[in-house]
Every structure is written in structure tokens, then in C-alpha cells.
Design a protein around this ligand. Structure first.
Ligand code: NDP
Length: 257
């Protein structure tokens, strides 16, 4: 593939670091591909995807709030189907995959999180589901807390995990914030974090520490923002489309890691 077109679609999309990250990867490997951000509203996903197919785009990443619509439009693989969300499309053949879950496990491995570590997942929304399935498949123990308890129970059943009702962090090695509380600048009612210092990962990124990260790093936890997942899910998308190893260090540098 000499020159191919790629994009990320979502709404809002202006904040996305995906274009600069993928463009850095192309530069690193002397590829002439292009990657842009396109704002697409939920009501126009199908028409927009058809337009991109018609214009010869090779692949797109899909972000909030379009991942379920991308699932419906595509021919998803088994994992995307189980996750009920597609974040990566190969347009010509309509292939849909989900790299958020496997990408998150690569983040855990990269941060040196042991295979027998216990993970507490906060949230039971779209990204939490993919992450929960992959964390369980990696063999790690998983408990789920969610503001709406019934959704935590349903997700725990789907991935054979536990439900946490107290939000007591003291019993876990890793805590993942997959709620959208950070997007709204809100904090969560975290307890027990002073009894232990583990690894804290917020899926959100905005250029600064979130209230969740600030609170836990103050107590000695090793806190990371959503750029860790951004790079790993993006690297897996790159490899799905192009079939060559993604230059992860160049991608990390491009997003300031
Ligand atoms: P969803 O809308 O599907 O889910 C939102 C979740 O957040 C629900 O569990 C909801 O709980 C919970 N929630 C919302 N507000 C609050 C609050 N004030 N207090 C407690 N819980 C709250 O969102 P997604 O799963 O798609 O995304 C979640 C986050 O992950 C976003 O910040 C997104 O930006 C980020 N993300 C980052 C990625 C990356 O590459 N870095 C990839 C994917 C997602 P309830 O069920 O009670 O409503």
C-alpha cells in the first residue's frame, strides 16, 4: 500500500490526539499515508462511512459516541461482538474490530502489572465492557464498581468478574477509572486508598492530571492518564490495517509520553 487515507471519527473530535500520533508513526516508517479527524454526529454515521468508502479511505478509528453504530455497520469479529463496540474499521470489506480491550491489557503488561494482580474497574459503560472482557481473558482477577449497581452486576456476569459495592481501593493492585466522571471534572467517592499504593489508570486524557489521578498520586499511587491506552489501541489498529509492527516509541513521543 503506497499511500492510503485514514481518519478518526467521533463527536466531539477536535481534542483527539490520534491524528498527530498516527502521522508520527507514518513519518517514522517513511510511509505516505494520511490520517485526519472528522467530526461525525450519531445521526449521520452510515452516510459518512459510505462517503469515506466511496472516496477510497482504507480505515477509520471510531470514538465516542459512535462505537455501537460502527458495530451495526460493520462485519465485526467475535471479540467486537462480545464487547458490543467497534473502534477500528477496515472500510472496503467492512471489517470491524475492537482494540480497546487488548490495548488495555498491553498497557497493564507495559506497566509491569503482574499476571496475578487484582484489578478494580470503575464504570460499566462501553469502554469498560471491552476492558473487562480482556482483563479477565488475561487471567487477572477483576472487580467492577459502577454508580448504577445493576450495570456492574450485568457486566460482572458477562465477564465472570466480581462486583464491588463499597468502592474500597485498599484491596486492589490496580484501579482503572472507566467512568466519564473525569470528562466532567468530577471526582469519585474513593475509600481505602491510603492503605495501599498501587497503579491508577484513568482512561480520560485532557492534558493535565484528572481529579482521580491527583487524589491517588497524592497518596503515593503511580497514576497514568488515557494516553497510555490511546497509544496501545492505536498501535493495534495500525497493525490491523498495515500488517507491520507499529513504532510505539514514536507514537508515545507524539502524544507527550
Ligand atoms: P459511557 O458513556 O459508555 O459510560 C460512562 C460510565 O461512566 C458509566 O459507567 C457511568 O455510570 C459512569 N459515570 C458517568 N458520570 C459519572 C459520575 N459523575 N460519577 C460516577 N460514574 C459516572 O462512556 P465510555 O465507556 O465510552 O467512556 C468512558 C471514559 O473512557 C471517557 O472518559 C472516555 O473519554 C474514556 N475513553 C478513553 C479511551 C482512550 O483511548 N484513552 C478509549 C475509550 C474511552 P452509570 O452507569 O451509573 O451511568
Amino acid at each position: 500500500m503506497r499511500m492510503a487515507r485514514f481518519a478518526v471519527i467521533g463527536d466531539p473530535i477536535a481534542h483527539s490526539l490520534s491524528p498527530q500520533m498516527h502521522q508520527a508513526a507514518y513519518r517514522e516508517l517513511n510511509l505516505e499515508h494520511t490520517y485526519e479527524a472528522i467530526r461525525v454526529s450519531l445521526g449521520s454515521v452510515e452516510a459518512e462511512l459510505e462517503r469515506l468508502v466511496g472516496e477510497g479511505y482504507h480505515g477509520v478509528n471510531v470514538t465516542v459516541p459512535l462505537k455501537e453504530a460502527a458495530l451495526a455497520w460493520s462485519i465485526p469479529d467475535a471479540f467486537a461482538q462480545a464487547a458490543r463496540a467497534v473502534n477500528t474499521l477496515e472500510l472496503r470489506r467492512r471489517r470491524g474490530v475492537n482494540t480497546d480491550g487488548p490495548g488495555f491489557v498491553q498497557v497493564l503488561d507495559r506497566l509491569g502489572v503482574a499476571k496475578d494482580a487484582s484489578v478494580l474497574l470503575l464504570g460499566a459503560g462501553g469502554s469498560a465492557r471491552a476492558i473487562a472482557l480482556s482483563v479477565r481473558a488475561s487471567g487477572r482477577a477483576l472487580a467492577i464498581w459502577n454508580r448504577t449497581a445493576e450495570r456492574a452486576e450485568a457486566l460482572a456476569r458477562a465477564c465472570d468478574g466480581q462486583v464491588e459495592t463499597e468502592l474500597d481501593l485498599g484491596a486492589y493492585d490496580v484501579v482503572v477509572n472507566a467512568t466519564s466522571a473525569s470528562m466532567a471534572g468530577e471526582s469519585l467517592p474513593l475509600e481505602g486508598a491510603d492503605r495501599k499504593a498501587g497503579v491508577a489508570i484513568d482512561l480520560y486524557y485532557s492534558g493535565g492530571a484528572t481529579p482521580f489521578m491527583e487524589r491517588l498520586s497524592h497518596l503515593g499511587w503511580q497514576a497514568h492518564d488515557g494516553r497510555e491506552l490511546l497509544v496501545e489501541q492505536g498501535a493495534l489498529s495500525f497493525e490491523f490495517w498495515l500488517g507491520v509492527a507499529a513504532p510505539r516509541e514514536a507514537m508515545r513521543t507524539a502524544v507527550g509520553l
